[in-house]
Design a protein around this ligand. Structure first.
Ligand code: OKP
Ligand code: ZN
Length: 346
């Protein structure tokens, strides 16, 4: 399958993040994408192609225009106000404060357009995020044109970003942008399967009241795991979207037996919704060696994930989300895609 990749991801490079109350080296690094690219090339997964330029239109079908403008300007404003490094939010409205943005202060806007402190905006963040979304759109078009699958090597990731907020290393919701694009180019029903360790709160929220995009996620139980405030099993959709959201939270420490049982449930439910296309939010932070996650999948399990997905026999857009064990991320992603392409060989 084709691999859609842009070196523009490198423009987004935060050196540090705040984790567990400490300033630590960032986990979401350019090396992640480079490691995936070289592993996919070594494994012969497919031709590497650049993203097409879709401009802003398909982004604005999902995200708020004020948010998109803010992302483009935030770091320039940060620097103009005499600060160095990345723009980082530090204040958010509490429940009894109005959610409408009245202040023109940069710090008010940083808080308004985000939900955590871990998603810094650097000089190149906007360029990288836009290229990442264009990778997802290009992969969607490749599949729409008749190829059975494509892989978008998205970086930064997207599944935590909502209509008008960043968070969890995410700025633009690549999966949602690809899903909306498929919807508007004629696919009546699209399913998104999110296998990243973390619940894709942004993707869920964007489609929560819609029946045309089904969202299913297998993730660390938000009772103890990020993003904490969304991803519980009783969130099943609202209004027209009732019954079109499936959360399968698993306890910390879960391994292949529990995880693959949840995958079977997710795939059965997706099949019952009879979508015309599948988008896979592919995170490999379910790996036992992941530094910020707590499932116990081994490298040998990733080809089996691909194999299970192939059994759905749906046009499939894979796009990259998380995975932070850089030494293993390439082989784990190559494993999923290889298992999908050659299910009999696994
Ligand atoms: C992004 B993706 C918990 C800190 C959590 C954010 C994690 C974002 C994961 N100690 N920090 O879903 O892989
Ligand atoms: Zn994750």
């Amino acid at each position: 399958m084709k691999i859609v990749y842009s070196p523009r991801h490198r423009a987004h490079h935060a050196r540090q993040e705040i984790n567990r109350g400490e300033l630590v080296p960032a986990h979401e690094t350019p090396e992640r994408a480079e490691a995936i690219l070289s592993a996919l090339q070594s494994a012969g997964v497919g031709l590497v192609v650049p993203p097409e330029d879709f401009g802003l239109d398909p982004i604005l079908r999902v995200h708020d225009a004020g948010y998109v403008s803010f992302l483009q300007e935030a770091h320039v404003r940060w620097t103009a106000s005499g600060r160095s490094g990345a723009a980082i939010p530090m204040a958010w409205p509490a429940r009894d404060m109005p959610r409408v943005l009245r202040s023109t202060a940069l710090d008010a806007q940083l808080g308004h357009y985000s939900f955590d402190i871990g998603t810094p905006i650097t000089a190149g963040t906007w360029d990288a995020a836009l290229a990442s979304a264009h990778c997802a759109l290009t992969a969607a078009d490749i599949v729409r044109s008749g190829e059975p699958a494509a892989f978008a090597l998205c970086r930064p990731p997207g599944h935590h970003a909502g209509h008008d907020y960043s968070g969890g290393y995410c700025y633009l919701n690549n999966a949602a942008i690809a899903a909306q694009h498929l919807r508007e180019s004629g696919q009546e029903r699209v399913a998104i399967l999110d296998v990243d360790y973390h619940h894709g709160n942004g993707t869920q929220a964007l489609f929560y009241n819609r029946a045309d995009v089904f969202y299913a996620s297998i993730h660390g139980d938000p009772a103890s795991e990020y993003p904490y405030y969304l991803g519980h099993a009783d969130e099943t959709g609202r209004d027209a979207g009732a019954g079109h959201n499936l959360n399968l939270p698993l306890p910390v420490g879960s391994g292949w037996p529990e995880w693959s049982a949840a995958l079977d449930t997710a795939l059965d439910t997706i099949a019952a919704h009879a979508p015309q296309a599948l988008i896979v939010s592919l995170g490999v932070d379910t790996f036992a060696g992941d530094p910020i996650s707590k499932f116990r999948l081994e490298t040998a399990h990733f080809p089996q994930i691909g194999q299970h997905l192939a059994a759905l026999e749906l046009p499939t857009v894979f796009l990259m989300e998380g995975g932070y064990a850089v030494a293993a991320i390439g082989r784990n992603v190559a494993g999923v895609l290889g298992g999908f392409q050659q299910p009999d060989r696994q």
